[in-house]
Design a protein around this ligand. Structure first.
Ligand SMILES: [Zn+2]
Ligand SMILES: [Zn+2]
Length: 125
């Protein structure tokens, strides 16, 4: 079995408000400066650093409280094949979804579908 060492994240840009889905590989995270996901507008949405290849530090500039939050994962707790929701500790709002490429895409597709159904429902009534 080929282990997918890519992590994807879906989060909202605090500058332009767009939802953005980005990927980064484990090899990029190990780089000295870490790896980041950038929105199309150039804003950095998330940075991941791993100095020892065992712990992963995830930094997210929060769009709710305007602070930078950090989350620490280990190789084991990193959601390589799942999806994890990251919350803002001061408002407990969801600020990002991180996880494996496939689960993140199916989740965002589902959310998009829910949204379309909701719009359909609202416009038909
Ligand atoms: Zn943006
Ligand atoms: Zn926050």
């Amino acid at each position: 079995m080929v282990f997918d060492t890519n992590i994807s994240a879906s989060l909202r840009c605090k500058k332009c408000g767009r939802f953005f889905l980005g990927d980064m590989s484990f090899f990029e995270m190990k780089n000295a400066g870490g790896s980041c996901i950038r929105c199309e507008c150039g804003e950095v949405l998330m940075t991941v650093k791993s100095h020892d290849s065992k712990t992963f530090h995830v930094y997210i500039p929060c769009l709710i409280c305007d602070k930078e939050h950090s989350f620490v994962f280990t190789w084991k707790s990193m959601p390589w094949e799942k999806v994890k929701i990251l919350n803002c500790p001061s408002s407990s709002c969801d600020i990002a979804f991180i996880g494996g490429r496939a689960p993140i895409r199916s989740l965002t597709a589902k959310r998009k579908k829910d949204m379309q159904e909701l719009i359909k429902l609202l416009s038909s009534s």
